[in-house]
Structure formats: C-alpha cells, structure tokens
Ligand binder design. Structure first.
Ligand code: NAP
Length: 224
C-alpha cells in the first residue's frame, strides 16, 4: 500500500519507519522540505536528515505531494495544527482516502500537564471529518506512545487494547489490517467518529499514569 505520513515528529518517523519495514511504499509529508532537512532537534535526538539517511526507503515530500502519493494518509501532526496541516495537504488529495488520525488536541499553552483544546461534545477526529467530508477518517493509536504504536509487544505481552473510531466500516477494516501488521491483537471498534471523544479524553488520565510511572511505556487492556 502507498502510505503518506504527515508529520516529522517522533510519531511520524516511528510510523513511517515501520510501514516501510513492512514493505509499504512510504513517504513523509512536511510543510517545508528544506527547512525540515536543516532542522536541528533541540533534544539532541536524531535529526530528520539523520533519520532519512537511516531509512532510505522513505522519501520526504511537501504536503500536497505526500497527500497525492498516499492511498492511505496518516495525520501525525501536532493536534493544535492538524486542521491547518491537512489543509496544506489539500482536500482534493484526501478525498476518498483513508485518513488515519493519531493526533491529540493537546494545549501546552499553560504548561504541563496540557489540557484539551476540544472535548466533551466534540473532538479533533470529528473536526477533521467535518473539515474533510470526503476523507474516510479513522481515529486510532492516539492512546499509546509512539514506540508502542508499532510494537505493542513492548507492553503487557502484546495483549493490551487499541481502539478504532470512524464512520466508514471498510476504512476501519483496512486500518485494523495495518494494526494487525504492527502486532495488535486486541482491536476494539468503539463505533462512529464521535467515539473518538472517548479516546481523546483519555489523555488526561494517560498523562497522570505517565507521571505516576515516570515512563510512557504502558497501555490499558479492556477486560470483562
Ligand atoms: N509522542 C507520542 O508518543 C504520541 C503518542 C500518541 C499521540 N501523539 C500525537 O501525535 C501527534 C504527533 O506527535 P509528535 O510527538 O510526533 O510531534 P508534535 O511535536 O506534536 O508534532 C510535530 C509535527 O506537527 C507538525 N506541525 C504542523 N504545523 C505545526 C505547528 N504550527 N506547530 C507545531 N507543529 C506543527 C510538524 O510539521 P512539520 O514537519 O511541517 O514541521 C511536525 O511534523 C500529536 O498530535 C500528538 O499529540 C503523540
């Protein structure tokens, strides 16, 4: 499958790297290719240029080119900027495509822990679906840290739960197949895109568990 991951942060790189390893033709989209290639990350981690050198199968493209390439598009951009980023990709490049949304609408403007930019009776997944009505939005993976997204065996012997929300059943089935390729076995379809309110509003608890355990390497499992 041709996959376009929009976003060059840790999530975008992690998902794109794994998709390429799995044999999918994969590109990453960014607002300004040359600016991103010359960016030096403040935290001392590998730069995007270093990462691309280590992942030669992945190409870095501008947003419309990436969107045009992908049969499946992943939104791995900052939640506060996702609508703007996807507008840069272009509605015409998202029409009819499965749009996997892994972003969280976190507001860091008042420090840590962040609050939610949208909640209760709306969510980012719904905002994206409303803004791009011809895209087939599937919200998933936003409840786990990047490394666990593509390697669920890192926590709970691989037996933890990942969620799906979206209005389009075939799109959710396609995404469930990709999740299974990543190693997910417990995939819980919550229902339509409004159910993404639940997984986005889990973030305040996720952040407190992070604080209590001092590590993002965890997940939850639904039992009953
Ligand atoms: N970190 C995790 O483990 C984790 C886990 C679950 C969900 N998420 C969610 O996944 C998304 C990506 O997270 P991340 O940690 O990889 O990186 P991030 O810092 O939240 O997002 C970085 C990406 O957002 C894009 N972006 C576009 N407009 C922006 C703007 N005005 N300001 C800042 N960034 C902008 C950047 O694009 P350019 O390439 O053009 O600079 C960059 O690719 C977020 O929504 C996050 O909440 C993260």
């Amino acid at each position: 499958m041709r996959i376009a991951v929009i976003g060059t942060g840790v999530v975008g790189r992690t998902l794109a790297g794994r998709c390429a390893e799995l044999g999918h033709e994969t590109v990453v989209g960014t607002r300004d290719v040359s600016a991103t290639l010359s960016r030096t990350d403040g935290d001392g981690s590998a730069t995007v240029a270093d990462w691309l050198a280590a992942n030669p199968a992945v190409r870095l493209l501008d947003l419309p080119s990436a969107g045009g390439f992908g049969e499946l598009v992943v939104n791995a951009t900052n939640g506060a900027a996702s609508l703007q980023s996807l507008a840069g990709v272009g509605a015409e490049n998202l029409a009819g495509k499965v749009l996997v949304d892994v972003a969280n609408p976190l507001d860091f403007s008042r420090g840590f822990p962040p609050t939610l930019l949208v909640k209760d009776d709306d969510c980012l997944g719904e905002q994206i679906q409303r803004e791009f009505p011809d895209a087939r939005v599937v919200k998933t993976l936003n409840t786990v840290t990047a490394a666990v997204m593509v390697d669920p065996g890192q926590v709970g012997d691989g037996g933890t739960t990942v969620f799906l929300s979206g209005d389009d059943a075939p799109a959710k089935a396609l995404v469930a197949g990709l999740l299974a390729e990543f190693g997910w076995r417990d995939i819980l379809d919550l229902g339509d895109i409004t159910t993404a309110r639940g997984t986005e509003m889990y973030l305040p608890l996720w952040l407190r568990i992070l604080g209590a355990r001092n590590s993002p390497q965890f997940n939850i499992r639904v039992v009953g």
